[in-house]
Design a binder for this molecule. Structure first.
Ligand code: BG6
Length: 486
């Protein structure tokens, strides 16, 4: 579908996310001709900038992300800036006047995308003002695009949701989980549902366990203040990791319509085995990085409590109590300051009933694996066993690989580009519905509570290593091990 003309009103226009992801993504959409039917952007933030300063800022952010610069001046001429106080109706009145002006200037048909890329404590207030002060009162669509975190537990998420629902219908709320914009995360469904080879095997009869790893090399950088209130559980598990789990575990949808996919994801979330305060430690382990080679430990980072109990690493086991998955563990792990930046999914198939090739002096045959590489490489690898060449009947592992030519190896700007484009076109498939958010918070809240009540023996892994020993033990007690990170 064509991208309709629309005005984007961006809250948090001077912020880091806008600079690193949103402006470069808009530019790419512009260059590909997706915004040609008319677009304008109003940036707002507290700072007293004007259009010129803002346009220079946008230009700089684009130029830092790419060396292509054609049409850049024309592109930035669509950007406008208003200093804004999120709790002051006068600010919204000014915003409304400018929005109406741009609406006629660019023939935008009253279509508006309100993009909240700023501190979450203001999400609710802004949503309320947008309606009260008449910004949503137009002929066209009014969509709210909202960044994470969506609350910090179930009650706070419910409160925020109630607040934004006073101004926006669920169908007009686009909650971003940027992992859902990644090419290979979107490919999970295609691999599963477009191949006769996998779907028949995609169950507890043939799969022994699934491992999802998202490792980072960076520490918390300048985000200590936020991260202290979040930790890896709320920063990565509640959203990105559980979303990938749901896509792997869900039943085939009846169609690729957003509603149909969403209802299967919701059903998957509902069949996750809930944890209790007593069982949390059997299923989840946490870690915090200590000092490593030339890098400080988490507790030495800026804005971090020197005695912090915040986890920078989580590994866990998610079980589904349903027909398809009974008894198959979904292991997840994510952490900062690990040896490499990588996100990948390993689907480990069960061993064949009898190994004809077994010899006591030989290595055991490897199980079949389907590896989905999400980043930095994009592709899939299938691990099989074949005959070793020569006369003896010995097996040797072989790999069938398919690599996607990622446009951009870091992939994330591309994810944003897709999601912004989807929001403009009104396709909410790759956004998280309220029910998914609520269910994942109720799963995660118990873990958070158990960990709050008990001080951990942190730090428990040196920066630059693969995480605490307890993460290995988690799999060992089930007779498994983590497949290597690389
Ligand atoms: C964000 C988290 O949602 O995802 C960050 O807040 C994390 O802490 C980031 O670094 C990871 O995203 P990506 O796309 O780099 O894997």
């Amino acid at each position: 579908t064509e991208t309709p003309a629309a005005l984007t009103i961006l809250f948090g226009a001077t912020g880091d996310l806008a600079k690193r992801k949103l402006y470069p993504s808009l530019y790419r959409l512009y260059r590909k001709g997706h915004l040609s039917s008319g677009f304008a952007v109003i940036g707002t933030a507290r700072r007293e900038w004007d259009n010129d300063i803002f346009r220079e800022h946008v230009k700089k952010s684009v130029m830092e992300s790419t060396n292509i610069q054609d049409q850049i001046d024309e592109f930035i001429s669509h950007f406008y800036y208003l200093p804004h106080d999120v709790s002051d109706s006068n600010s919204y009145a000014e915003l409304r006047t400018l929005a109406n002006e741009l609406d006629s200037k660019y023939s935008l048909g009253g279509n508006r995308l309100f993009y909240l890329a700023m501190a979450p404590e203001f999400f609710g207030t802004i949503a309320e003002h947008l309606k009260l002060d008449g910004l949503t009162d137009t002929e066209g669509f009014g969509r709210l695009v909202i960044e994470k975190p969506f609350g910090h537990d179930l009650p706070s998420a419910q409160e925020l949701n109630a607040q934004i629902r006073r101004s926006f219908d669920e169908k007009d709320i686009y909650r971003i989980d940027h992992y859902l914009g990644k090419e290979m995360v979107q490919n999970i469904e295609t691999i599963r549902f477009a191949n006769a080879l996998f779907e028949p095997l995609w169950n507890s009869r043939y799969i022994s366990n699934i491992q999802i790893t998202s490792s980072e090399t960076l520490g918390v950088e300048e985000r200590g203040g936020y991260y202290e209130t979040s930790g890896a559980l709320k920063d990565m598990v509640q959203n990105h990791m559980l979303q990938m789990v749901a896509l792997l575990a869900m039943e085939p949808p009846i169609s690729l319509q957003d509603d149909d996919i969403r209802s299967e994801k919701v059903r998957a979330f509902r069949s996750m085995r809930p944890l209790t305060l007593e069982t949390v430690n059997d299923y989840f382990v946490r870690g915090q990085y200590g000092p490593g080679d030339h890098v400080p430990g988490y507790r030495e980072e800026i804005n971090v409590d020197p005695d912090s109990n915040t986890e920078t690493y989580v590994a866990g086991k998610v079980m589904f109590d349903n027909f398809r998955w009974a008894g198959v563990p979904f292991y997840i792990r994510t952490g900062k300051r690990m040896p490499l930046k990588s996100t990948k999914i390993v689907v480990q198939f069960k061993d064949i009933p009898m190994n004809l090739y077994y010899r006591p002096d030989d290595q055991e045959m490897e199980p079949n694996l389907l590896v989905i590489h999400i980043q930095p490489e994009e592709g899939i690898t299938l691990h099989l066993n074949a005959k070793k060449s020569g006369r003896q009947l010995q097996t040797t592992p072989v790999k069938l690989s398919y690599a996607n030519n990622g446009e951009d190896i870091m992939n994330t700007p591309e994810a944003y580009e897709k999601l912004i484009h989807d929001a403009m076109r009104g396709d909410s498939t790759n956004f998280t519905h309220w029910d998914e958010v609520a269910l994942s918070w109720s799963f995660v809240d118990v873990i958070a509570e158990a960990w709050r009540n008990e001080k951990a023996a942190f730090p428990n892994y040196p920066a630059g290593t693969k995480g605490p020993k307890a993460a290995d033990e988690l799999l060992e007690k089930d007779g498994f091990f983590w497949w290597p990170l690389n």
